[in-house]
Write a protein that binds this ligand. Structure first.
Ligand SMILES: *Cc1c(COP(=O)(O)O)cnc(C)c1O
Length: 427
């Protein structure tokens, strides 16, 4: 079993650091050999050894309509013969920007980049350039990509591998990043009082997905909004996960809260390397060439990436029932898992918002990084491997959200619940 994956992983380590191009893929925290993927279609991944998996990662979000979604594949095929890049403006980029504006609230101007990291990094620079202030506030366990400023108490792979400080990030940069616990409004107020007039931005995942799925408590985001208003701080929603997933207008629409700047990634590219940041004209006009806050990209707005993203977003805009369907499927998974766990005496917490869901082996509510870290994550790792055996591909870490796609069937959900029940019975 998994013979070919094993061979490939061995071979990969001779030429790629750790054998992977992004750390969590190595399965290092859960142990064992990462599964090498051959192809995917709809709800299923197929590995190089011919095993089929129900996919709950969906490329960490972009495959919201399932893998190899026909219209996206077709659009790419049609476009690719006209050259893969120009480094010059195209009409398609305008159409993409107009489409994003028509879906996302509070976006007058939007700049395309090639990843979520770039989007968040640029948004922070813009907030600093706009306010003339240096410091930012982020939340413990939130991940905003791998730019230096964000690698302080970060979630995702850094939480998974327990990396507290990152060699290579200077003390100066780290000192400009202040952190508070997620859902702790008082802590933010205290930071703001202590650093009066020094804070350029507060950046947050409005629904956190990089320490498992964690929901903002009622009033938390509203409280941050009002602190930002009072102190002239730029409020940044990192919607790299939530954008176009929770609703056409992302978390801003779903939660009814306005951000000053928004960052996108993942779904926005339909599986191609795309990110974006946007917001009110008053702030966005400081970006070059309108203003002096410099930001650029050779492949930004790349035609193949744009056609994939445009086709994906257009489908989501024109088919609001997608969101009802995603919600219903995830709710049904939630209900099934809840039943399976309740029949066992294993402590558990399931957090869900829309089509983001995660299981923590914790009897206490999981509301921030500390409570996520206090869960029995060794047991999660066991769960992960048991599910993998059963042909269910979960994120290889308790510090990650699962992402549901519309391609998931009732039978897939039932199999996932049954496999979970078997795992719990065998403990
Ligand atoms: C994935 C992610 C990023 C980084 O995006 P990349 O495309 O991996 O650079 C930033 N913020 C959040 C919330 C993310 O989930």
């Amino acid at each position: 079993m998994a013979e070919k994956s094993k061979q490939l992983f061995e071979r990969a380590q001779h030429s790629i650091p750790g054998g992977v191009n992004s750390p969590v893929r190595a399965f290092k925290s859960v142990g064992g050999i990462p599964v090498f993927i051959e192809k995917a279609k709809g709800a299923y991944l197929y590995d190089v050894d011919g095993k089929k998996y129900i996919d709950y990662i969906n490329s960490w979000g972009p495959m919201i309509l399932g893998h190899a979604y026909e219209p996206v594949v077709k659009a790419i095929q049609d476009k690719v013969a006209d050259s893969t890049s120009f480094g010059a403006p195209t009409e398609l980029e305008i159409e993409m920007a107009e489409l994003i504006k028509s879906m996302a609230p509070n976006v007058d101007l939007v700049r395309m980049v090639s990843s979520g990291t770039e989007a968040c990094m640029s948004a922070i620079r813009l907030a600093r350039g706009y306010t003339g202030r240096n410091k930012i506030i982020k939340f413990e366990g939130c991940y905003h990509g791998h730019a230096d400023s964000f690698l302080v108490k970060a979630g995702s792979g850094l939480a998974t591998f327990n990396i507290q400080t990152v060699p290579g990030v200077t003390a100066g940069v780290a000192a400009d990043t202040l952190t508070a616990a997620y859902n702790d409004l008082d802590a933010v107020q205290e930071l703001v009082n202590t650093h009066k007039g020094e804070i350029a931005a507060i950046i947050i995942e409005p629904i956190a997905g990089n320490m498992g799925c964690i929901l903002p408590k009622p009033g938390f985001l509203e409280g941050l909004r009002s602190i930002c208003d009072k102190e002239g701080i730029v409020f940044i929603f990192d919607e790299v996960m939530t954008g176009f997933r929770l609703a056409a207008g992302g978390a801003q629409e779903k939660l009814g809260i306005n951000a000053d700047l928004v960052t996108y990634g993942k779904v926005i590219g339909g599986g191609m390397p795309v990110g974006a940041f946007g917001g009110k004209k008053e702030i966005m006009q400081h970006i070059a060439p309108l203003g002096n806050v410099y930001q650029a990209g050779t492949l930004s707005g790349n035609p193949i990436a744009m056609i994939a993203g445009y086709t994906m977003l257009k489908t989501l805009k024109d088919t609001p029932s997608v969101y009802t369907e995603l919600n219903e499927k995830t709710a049904s998974l939630h209900e099934g898992l809840d039943k399976a766990f309740a029949e066992s005496n294993v402590p558990y917490t399931i957090n869900r918002f829309g089509s983001m869901i995660s299981v923590h082996f914790s009897e206490k509510p999981v509301t921030d990084f500390a409570s996520a870290a206090a869960a029995n994550n060794a047991l999660f790792n066991q769960y992960f491997h048991a599910m993998l055996q059963e042909g269910v591909y979960l994120p290889p870490s308790a510090y990650e959200s699962w992402f549901i796609s519309t391609a998931l069937s009732t039978e897939d959900i039932q199999h996932t619940v049954d496999a979970t029940r078997r795992f719990l019975k065998n403990l």
